[in-house]
Design a protein around this ligand. Structure first.
Ligand SMILES: Cc1cc2nc3c(=O)[nH]c(=O)nc-3n(C[C@H](O)[C@H](O)[C@H](O)COP(=O)(O)OP(=O)(O)OC[C@H]3O[C@@H](n4cnc5c(N)ncnc54)[C@H](O)[C@@H]3O)c2cc1C
Length: 387
């Protein structure tokens, strides 16, 4: 019998499998589809900065630990697999194009400074120096940029490559990754204090291990329901448009409210993303794509001439109170969950894996997970907030 069985082969499940397996555990990952697709593949790979010395709570500690770990994981994965996951500290620029947005951004800048995140306010000349392709002057078809800040420590990774590297590393460390295996329920035995999960029921029969972890992204809610967890998990669709230019036209991630442009080194550039509460509907829509093309060309007019290489959409796992679910499942001693990372799953994945691996091994997680525990009370139908 394996030490751990993980349900879900997205970035959260694969990161946990990698962490456990290189620590010597035998691990199986099951995925109802091909692994390394879904939200984790669809994401933009933005890694906002964080600072451990100013972290005010467990969630911020998790973000700070992840921030420290990403460059190390990128190097370890490259050494183990030869795959470069595209991690680089490219910096991020945050823009406001209305008075109201400028006020919100000024408050955000104060919050960054309080959390000891280096933040530089830019005037029009310095913005043009950093990013000459951005439209800084007023024009008939685009609102002018009224305020801009630069976070030099913002980073990015190319998530499809990161997942490819994680999968290869998992294979190298002996993880059994099984595609096309769908879990429909967890089988339990015993009372609510000493109870145990004895197996997971799947389309290929019941599979057993010493410990279990549910990491099934936006699809997690149904598996958690029998455990009386009140925090709901639901999908929030995000669409992306991928542009291609002969050479990169931007260096920084450019953030405009909740939307952004992410330049890759090879001239590709992602424009994202929508935030749509439309259930499990993974389509691109005309309005979604049109809005993103307008965003991109209003910020960087030369993109009007770029090739639109591809569009896609993914389903972010959002919780009803905006915080991920990380910890032990209530009423059982040997099953855990890591899900609901909403807009931040790529960012938070290494620390989530390390903390959960400690819990699974019976160690102190070294991060206060109280905010993220599965049996926390919640206001049932609150809107997810941006993590
Ligand atoms: C457009 C977009 C942009 C984003 N940008 C960023 C970003 O810039 N930075 C960032 O940090 N995050 C970003 N995110 C969020 C991030 O992608 C997610 O938080 C993260 O991928 C969630 O990972 P996951 O492993 O929990 O879920 P997923 O990647 O969705 O993986 C869950 C897996 O579980 C499997 N599964 C589901 N149910 C079952 C079952 N019953 N049995 C077996 N397998 C099952 C699924 O097939 C899937 O493979 C973005 C997301 C989107 C959609």
């Amino acid at each position: 019998m394996n030490d751990c069985l993980i349900i879900g082969g997205g970035v959260i499940g694969l990161s946990l499998a990698y962490e456990l397996a290189r620590g010597g555990q035998s691990v199986t990952v099951i995925d109802r589809g091909p692994p390394a697709r879904e939200a984790s593949w669809a994401g933009a790979g933005i890694l906002p900065p964080a600072n451990a010395s100013a972290a005010q709570n467990g969630y911020e500690q998790l973000a700070a630990l992840s921030c420290e770990m990403h460059p190390r994981w990128a190097a370890d994965l490259r050494e183990a697999t030869g795959i470069d996951n595209g991690y680089r500290c490219c910096g991020g620029i945050y823009l406001a194009r209305s008075r109201a947005e400028a006020d919100v951004l000024a408050q955000q800048a104060a919050a960054w400074r309080k959390r000891k995140i280096a933040c530089e306010q830019l005037d029009a000349a310095s913005l043009a120096r950093y990013e000459p392709a951005l439209r800084t002057a007023e024009s008939a078809d685009a609102a002018p940029i009224l305020a801009a800040y630069r976070l030099g420590d913002e980073a990015q990774l190319r998530n499809p490559r990161h997942l490819h590297a994680l999968l290869a590393a998992c294979q190298r460390f002996g993880v059994d990754v099984r595609a096309g295996v769908e879990c429909t329920a967890l089988e339990t035995r015993g009372d609510r204090v000493t109870g145990k999960v004895t197996g997971v029921i799947t389309n290929v029969g019941t599979l057993s291990a010493e410990t279990y972890c549910v990491a099934s992204g936006a699809w997690t809610g149904g598996l958690l329901r029998p455990f009386g967890i009140r925090v709901a998990v639901k999908p929030i669709r995000g669409q992306i448009v991928l542009f291609r230019t002969p050479a990169p036209i931007l260096r920084h991630v450019v953030n405009d409210g909740l939307r952004y442009l992410v330049p890759r080194d090879d001239g590709r550039l992602l424009a994202g993303s929508t935030e749509e509460d439309v259930g499990f509907d993974p389509r691109n829509t005309a309005a979604g794509v049109q809005g993103l093309i307008e965003l991109a060309t209003s910020l960087a007019p030369s993109l009007a001439n770029a090739t639109v290489e591809r569009t896609w959409a993914g389903l972010r796992p959002a919780t009803s109170d905006g915080l991920p679910l990380i910890g032990r499942m209530p009423g059982v001693t040997n099953a855990f969950c890591a899900a609901g990372h909403f807009r931040s799953g790529l960012q938070l994945s290494p620390a989530t894996a390390v903390v959960l691996a400690r819990l699974i091994r019976g160690e102190d997680p070294q991060i206060d997970l109280a905010q993220m525990r599965l049996d926390r009370p919640t206001h049932a139908d609150g809107e997810p907030i941006d993590g």
